[in-house]
Write a protein that binds this ligand. Structure first.
Ligand SMILES: NC(=O)C1=CN([C@@H]2O[C@H](COP(=O)(O)OP(=O)(O)OC[C@H]3O[C@@H](n4cnc5c(N)ncnc54)[C@H](O)[C@@H]3O)[C@@H](O)[C@H]2O)C=CC1
Ligand SMILES: O=C(O)C(=O)Cc1ccc(O)cc1
Length: 293
């Protein structure tokens, strides 16, 4: 490879599914020199080193001081404390981005704790993942042909945005930009609410006295609907509280739809029920067809 690498030292805070996959992809693309991981509570990160995901582990303040690029990939509830701890140790030209599933709370935390470095912090969200957590689930192809949404700040330096675009493009992703408000509205509807519903359904069944018997008969439909209820409880606690307003709005809209459908069943209104099913089935099939193009 003749072209210059995008970074020499990449630091990943939170070497799990997302941070680990980004490290593997960047390494595979030959776009980084050293990769240093930062863990929680003195976590040794030995597994991440053994798997070849990172070269070394270091405490936060030591790791960030000569970093070219920092990816924050812990659950979003950790961000304020991490920003506060790293701020005094950042080099002036470092670029910082994140993988958090919510953006309004992350940007608010950055405005509070990263104020002197706000022009170098480009908020982001890879729209790829799984119900599995931890570095053992990381894989280099996770972001291939997937979307990454950046919600740049008006304070951002153009070169920091360009480097963050290049970072995710090197991971194989398609990068797009939008406002933080639009991001949080969209993902409340098509990611945060569906996860909440899956957790709610499985929790409701699991607490029943004959749960094992019921689950013993569950088939593919239940498997598809409930897959994401196997996701990280900590991560989804943080997301649900971080995107509170947009998520409450989606819960209300869903509840209204459910109430309407309950009424249709109660009054034996098959035509109305079928009309809703038809609309949903049509929209779902069209969406899948478009995805497979
Ligand atoms: N799992 C998914 O499908 C997706 C997750 N995200 C977002 O990416 C972030 C990471 O998610 P995953 O990789 O799935 O989680 P994960 O649980 O696989 O990895 C998170 C890692 O962060 C570490 N960690 C936690 N607190 C820390 C701290 N204070 N300092 C240093 N390390 C710390 C954990 O030990 C763990 O290794 C979250 O903010 C999540 O919202 C974004 C897109 C998809
Ligand atoms: O497991 C799945 O299908 C997901 O939906 C993964 C996911 C989880 C959180 C995100 O912010 C983005 C993607």
């Amino acid at each position: 490879m003749t072209s210059k690498r995008i970074f020499e030292k990449l630091v990943i805070l939170g070497v799990g599914l997302i941070g680990g996959s980004a490290a593997l992809a960047l390494r595979q693309a030959g776009q980084t020199g050293t990769i240093v991981g930062v863990g929680r509570n003195g976590d040794g990160l030995q597994e991440a080193i053994d798997l070849g995901v990172i070269d070394a582990a270091a405490p936060l303040t030591e790791a960030v001081k000569d970093a070219d690029f920092i990816l924050v990939a812990t659950p979003v509830g950790q961000f304020p404390a991490l920003f506060e701890a790293m701020a005094p140790h950042l080099a002036p030209n470092v670029v910082i981005t994140d993988a958090g599933s919510t953006k309004g709370d992350v940007i608010a935390a950055a405005r509070t704790h990263l104020s002197g470095h706000l022009h170098r912090f480009v908020p982001g969200h890879p729209i790829a993942g799984a119900e599995k957590s931890g570095v053992s689930a990381a894989r280099p192809g996770l972001f291939t042909a997937k979307n990454v949404v950046l919600t740049p700040l008006e304070e951002n330096d153009q070169d920091a945005i360009a480097k963050t675009d290049a970072f995710w493009q090197a991971c194989g992703a398609n990068v797009c930009h939008m406002t933080q408000e639009l991001h949080d509205e969209i993902f409340a509807a098509i990611s945060h609410l569906p996860h909440l519903l899956a957790f709610a359904l499985v929790a409701d069944i699991a607490q029943r006295q004959n749960a094992a018997q019921i689950l013993g008969f569950a088939a593919g439909g239940f498997r598809d609907f409930s897959r994401i209820a196997g996701s990280s409880p900590e991560m989804w606690r943080d997301i649900s509280l971080a995107n509170r307003d947009a998520l409450l709005h989606e819960i209300d809209a869903y509840q209204a739809q459910l109430t309407q459908m309950r009424d249709m069943i109660e009054r034996n209104d098959g035509a109305a029920l079928e009309a809703v099913f038809k609309q949903a089935s049509h929209a779902r099939n069209a969406w899948i067809k478009n995805l497979e193009k």
